[in-house]
Design a protein around this ligand. Sequence first.
Ligand code: TYM
Length: 335
Amino acid sequence: MEQNIEKKKRIFSGMQPSGELTLGNYLGALKNWVGLQDDYECIYAIMNMHAITVRQDPAELRKRSMEVLMQYIACGVDPEKSVLFFQSHVPAHAELAWILSCNTQMGELSRMTQFKDKSQKHADNINAGLFTYPVLMAADILLYQADLVPVGNDQLQHIELTRDVANRFNFHYGETFTVPEPYIGKAGARVMSLQSPENKMSKSDPNPNGYIWILDSEDVIIKKFKRAVTDSDTEIRPGADKPGVTNLLTIYAAVTGKTVEEAAAEFAGQGYGTFKMAVGEAVAAELAPVRKRFEELSKDKAYVEEIYQKGAEIAGYLAAKTLRKVYKKVGFVAR
Ligand code: TYM
């Protein structure tokens, strides 16, 4: 695997274990991760170091981190094809983050919308890590010389910053990092809340009816879609004036592989009730095997442990190689 992984183009991505994974995480990122595995060398991590930029219960964080790893696998990330590991198991992430933070401007970080949102939401804990969060994310990506980063729309600004930092470093110190491109799927790059479709579907939503957890049962999924907010009109079409209906059409398109226009044509003339039921059923059918596989994995701790240990070994090897190069470039004395 170590030799193999150095031939094809490289992908890096990850998720924070800061809550339950939602249909937004699945359609915006995970489903694409799975589809890219055959054509790229993929490295997917659980970003537990990013998660502590907001307060976490330690026992919960540990448990959720394991569950996120199992959800990656349950969704179809194949440990035989992709490298899977916990961010905290590879110390090079923190080490490169320091060097990159000396090459990132305060002004650049102040412009990050995620920082602005999160510092509003967590006004009692606006810590330095929340501010430098995108530098750690740049380190995650640049350590593996990733060509592509499959993410949802909300991460584009962070990837743009990663590209700026990589270009700047390469300019000052000579060619060091691959400058990565974002990879955004055709549909599902921004899944909205089922209850307030002007907001992103989020694992930190206090209203569980707003999001679908990827491990929700079939009944719960269908119930949540039945309750989904639409509008007082009856027409099933996408449009800025119809955020709820547009979101449901986007979800249906992302799940079935159709375009939003095809989805709209399929439901033309039907009532909202039938439409919401059909979307709910499609999502429930997509997620049923995920839940089953997750349950099986939960009973096989040894298998899961083997995966993340082997993953940390390979990731650590690749990361150390980049870090050595960087240390040399910046003028640190060799050990
Ligand atoms: P996170 O944990 O918030 O989300 C994980 C992935 O899910 C996508 N996503 C969505 N896509 C569509 N609709 C939604 N409603 C939705 N909600 C979430 C996100 O875009 C993301 O792709 N900073 C990252 C984690 C990270 C990372 C990295 C990602 C840390 N280092 C390096 C890529 C590469 C984050 O907070 O994602």
